[in-house]
Design a binder for this molecule. Structure first.
Ligand SMILES: [Cu+2]
Length: 297
């Protein structure tokens, strides 16, 4: 009781058992699975604690005589075997069912985003819907690692999502394994070089607001700097923002073509997505150098 009181959680926080408030349809499913697993764990716990207490209180050592032995008691041994199998099977059933639903990417998405995770920041390429995976890049948001490594939102790149939309994420990495994690999605997925990982979320209505995202896989010296913001906007505000970004991107492209600049860098799929933003990308690799300096500290 003291432990519960000391956390100072609101009752709603308490029933989520440490999970953040879900902002997607999928996160609600994850939350139910999480809560259901705790209910099952508590049920088993209460049974076991009850049996321990019962033994301690009512079966204390009363004499030197050996109590009746129950070895080779078939019903009890069958119970020992069958009960755990039933528990595991139930947990397995719900986990497998929810996993299949969470990894389903068949539904046509409203927004397609290629997430490029690189050492040590994020790039979000907003794709058109020509192809479900890997359409043409409309515009990009490219982050650079915050030099002092703190979670200062003003220095981090922002993933902007519309409320009530189905969003498809394609995950790519040009260097090492990262993990794309927005805690409010109740879900994270590894970003693996040479592998096309993807998942979809249905962003709930009424979730407009600011959130944070992180890399959840130790990926190098500046892993802790691999943070990003998540901004959920109402559909009309998102549309206005996206149109603005698209226009700015095409304008930058035209200017780049006029000055005959050929932004080239070896960032793999990161550079490919960067397109007109090649200069930003160079900054990204430049930070690899400064990371080494920090290492000496
Ligand atoms: Cu990372």
């Amino acid at each position: 009781m003291l432990g519960l009181a000391a956390t100072g959680c609101a009752s709603n926080d308490l029933t989520r058992l440490g999970m953040p408030e879900p902002i997607t349809n999928q996160a609600e499913r994850v939350l139910s699975l999480w809560q259901g697993s705790w209910v099952a764990a508590f049920a088993v716990g209460i049974l076991v604690w009850g049996l321990i207490a019962w033994s301690i209180i009512f079966h204390r050592k009363r004499s030197e005589q050996l109590p009746p032995q129950v070895r080779y008691n078939l019903p009890i041994e069958a119970l020992y075997t069958v009960l755990p199998i039933v528990v595991i099977s139930v947990l397995f059933f719900f986990t497998a069912r929810d996993q299949a639903i969470l990894l389903d990417t068949d539904e046509p998405a409203d927004v397609n985003i290629e997430v490029v995770a690189f050492q040590w920041a994020w790039q979000f390429n907003y794709l058109d819907d020509k192809k479900e995976n890997g359409g043409e890049v409309l515009f990009s948001e490219t982050g650079i690692p915050n030099p002092d490594g703190t979670a200062d939102p003003s220095t981090q790149t922002t993933l902007v999502l519309p409320e009530g939309a189905t969003v498809h994420f394609d995950l790519h990495s040009p260097d090492v394994i990262h993990s794309f994690w927005v805690p409010e999605f109740g879900f994270k997925m590894d970003v693996i070089p040479g592998r096309d990982n993807a998942f979809q979320v249905d962003v709930n209505e009424g979730t407009a607001g600011e959130y944070v995202g992180r890399c959840a896989e130790l990926c190098g010296v500046d892993h802790a700097r691999m943070l990003f913001n998540v901004l959920v906007l109402p559909q009309d505000e998102y549309d206005a923002w996206a149109a603005e970004q698209e226009q700015a991107a095409s304008q930058a492209e035209t200017e780049a073509a006029e000055t005959e600049e050929q932004p080239e860098s070896g960032e793999g799929s990161g550079a490919e997505g960067a397109g007109a933003e090649g200069d930003t990308d160079e900054e990204g690799s430049g930070f690899g150098g400064s990371g080494t300096e920090e290492n000496e500290e």
